[in-house]
Design a protein around this ligand. Structure first.
Ligand code: ADP
Length: 655
């Protein structure tokens, strides 16, 4: 029996009211603690990883989140059917829904999180800022008033001074937020913000804030129990954002003075104490770059996406602590026992196309190659279908180093080696971010991405060319039928025991365009030659899938799904000469898969003689004339180069 089963509020079985990586992550801690886990899933997730990993899995509804992961009734019903005694909400979905926490409390279920009262108090940005101010925690100057008329808001905006930020009080995830630079644009922006807020949160109450030019986003992880213990687990810097949404997060924050760090901790603890907070929570601050005054932004009353960086530097499992607190147990460590070690950075891996305006990508994952030495939290695996229904974040890559420099270098290597094949991801973009000098130097503000990538992102031309060349090499290696792992074995391209040159021109087509290259197959290892004469040979990345003419390959964060086709057979001229009526030669490199005649046989023009397979296409070669088979140069299973002689025919009676 676990200590949780005998705790003041016993927990044996936890239902995870979520999906994707966070559901898998919570299940992992449940397993480690000897707790039973229950997954819930929508129709879109019937085969999802979290469903396979949990001890039990229950269907809660159709793909639409409103009818499944956001349905309180469906989740409570699943809890009752599964015999769960506690519910972990993860992040997103119902995690900050006070009504859900209350419904759990009323149903006699333990909600693994704070009380519904604390959630409600912090769920409104206006209420939260009022509470913070009352507790002496500085907030961004602005307007929190009840008069929500357009005229009053416009007047307040002018008082605050442009630029101002209009924010949805119920907002989250950067939605319902509009920056306004002057009075003329205010009315339209207000209308847009309110419409977005109404649609996303069912509440169009807004607040106004002074827009801070080039700020840093800093936040403090709090943890508290029901015995009056409240600690902080240091800060995180989440300044690297796109559209007000975090992309990279790290702990500790780089270039932060001890004075500011102390202010952050003091302010976060003050707020936590003011609201009598219990469980894991995050107090977010915004601070002018180079400034010394962190302003309270909001409090998230749940586990954050970026919690693993805190886990990495403290060695604490935050989900375990949440479960302990929910079970009524005290925090296992006091403030003076909590130490920070090294530096951790997280990158959010999303199924999206940064080269196409960050459009979400959907499709089936073909393969996932996880680099060594990193933490990789994910909800997907080879075979997973990424659909359009939920968030595009499919994984998080977390690195931990002795210091920031080591962590940045581990992040670069990790992104280089990570391969998700079958679907577009932002890995190449993330890798490009890490390569920027300001990233390495830790000069990070919320304007970093917009400044560094003003026109969006496209893969580096040189990198693209090199990876396409490797796709061509992988394809050429893949021609060797004996290779079970084609790119690891050296293909001996032989023709009747003797090596023979064959050069093919390949057309490589992928999402980013196309490229024609020459591939020479004459030696032990193929060589790719570009039009400018430069050549590439050598090894192919571990994460490569060759399926006929389709090569999926990833290196340096860039993944390509390349369609390989024969552009022109440059040996065709020679082959045509050789294929005079007396000779049948291979029209392209490939494997002999069928031999329909024997030496000495009589054939008529058009009879099938040999079958070849190349690029998963079957080619049947016919007799060019009537005659007798004089010689057969090949056997079934031979790998032959383009132009290789296969069969000689003589006129019947000739020698
Ligand atoms: P949400 O709850 O939608 O995530 P937040 O209030 O937490 O909204 O803000 C999200 C991000 O928006 C911040 O991390 C910051 O980058 C930006 N932001 C918020 N308030 C301001 C402000 N007053 N000035 C400039 N940027 C801001």
């Amino acid at each position: 029996m676990t200590e949780f089963a005998t705790a003041p509020r016993p927990i044996r079985t936890i239902l995870i009211a979520n999906r994707g990586e966070i559901a898998c992550r919570v299940i992992r801690t449940c397993k480690r603690l000897g707790l039973s886990s229950v997954a819930v899933y929508s129709d879109a997730d019937a085969d999802a990883l979290h469903v396979r990993q949990a001890d039990q899995a229950l269907r809660i509804g159709p793909a639409s989140a409103a009818e499944s992961y956001l349905s309180i009734a469906a989740i409570l019903d699943a809890a009752s059917r599964s015999g769960a005694d506690a519910i972990h909400p993860g992040y997103g979905f119902l995690s900050e829904n006070a009504g859900f926490a209350r419904a759990c409390e009323e149903a006699g279920l333990i909600f693994i999180g704070p009380t519904s009262v604390a959630i409600a108090a912090m769920g409104s940005k206006i209420e939260a800022k009022k509470i913070a101010e009352a507790g002496g925690v500085p907030t961004v100057p602005g307007y929190l008033g009840a008069d929500q008329s357009a005229a009053a808001l416009a007047e307040q905006a002018a008082r605050i001074g442009f630029p101002v930020l209009i924010k949805a009080s119920a907002g989250g995830g950067g939605r319902g937020m509009r920056r306004v630079d002057g009075p003329e644009g205010f009315a339209a922006a207000l209308q847009a913000a309110k419409a977005e807020a109404k649609g996303a949160f069912g509440d169009d109450t807004v607040l106004l804030e002074k827009f801070i030019g080039n700020p840093r986003h800093l936040e403090v992880q709090l943890m508290s129990d029901t015995h009056g213990n409240l600690v902080h687990l240091f800060e995180r810097d989440c300044s690297v954002q796109r559209n007000n949404q975090k992309v990279f997060e790290e702990a500790p924050a780089p270039h932060l003075s001890e004075a500011v760090r102390t202010k952050l901790f003091d302010r976060a603890l003050t707020l936590g104490r003011t609201i009598g907070y219990t469980s894991a929570g995050t107090v977010e601050f915004i601070m002018e770059a180079g400034g010394s005054e962190p302003y309270f932004l909001e409090m998230n009353t749940r586990l954050q996406v970026e919690h693993p960086v805190t886990e990495a530097v403290t060695g604490i499992d935050l989900v375990e602590w949440q479960i302990r607190v929910a079970a009524g147990l005290p925090l296992p460590a006091g403030q003076d026992q909590i130490r920070l070690q090294g530096h951790a950075i997280e990158a959010r891996i999303a199924a999206e196309r940064p080269d196409r305006g960050y459009q979400p990508a959907t499709g089936r994952i073909q393969a996932v190659h996880v680099p060594r030495g990193v933490r990789f939290d994910t909800g997907i695996a080879a075979g997973s279908e990424v659909g359009p229904h939920y968030d595009s974040m499919i994984a998080k890559l977390i690195v931990h180093g002795a210091n920031r420099e080591h962590a940045v270098s581990a992040l670069a290597t990790g992104l280089d080696d990570l391969a998700v094949l079958g679907i577009g991801t932002n890995t190449g973009f993330l890798r490009a971010c890490v390569a920027r000098p300001d990233f390495a130097a830790g000069r990070l503000t919320t304007g970093f991405l917009a400044r560094e990538f003003p026109d969006g992102w496209t893969p580096d031309a040189e990198q693209l060319r090199a990876l396409r060349a490797q796709a061509a090499l992988a394809w050429a290696h893949g021609l060797d039928p004996a290779g079970d792992s084609p790119w690891q074995r050296r293909s001996a391209f032989r023709v009747m025991g003797k090596r023979r040159a064959a050069t093919v021109e390949l057309r490589l087509q992928d999402d980013y365009g196309e490229l024609d290259v020459m591939v020479r197959l004459e030696t032990d290892a193929p060589v790719v030659r570009f039009e400018d004469g430069t050549e590439v040979s050598g090894t192919i990345p571990a994460a490569t899938l060759v399926d006929g003419g389709r090569v999926q390959i990833s290196r340096g964060g860039l993944s390509l799904d390349v369609q390989v086709s024969l552009a022109i057979d440059v040996d065709a001229g020679a082959a045509a000469d050789a294929a005079s009526d007396n000779h049948v030669t291979a029209p392209l490199p490939g494997v002999v898969t069928g031999l329909f005649v024997e030496a000495g046989a009589l054939v008529a023009k058009g009879d099938s003689l040999v079958q070849m397979e190349a690029m998963k296409l079957v080619h049947t070669l016919a007799a060019p004339r009537d005659g007798r088979i004089a010689r057969i140069h090949c056997a079934v299973g031979d790998v032959v180069a383009s132009g290789a002689p296969l069969i000689d025919i003589t006129a019947d009676g000739e020698e």
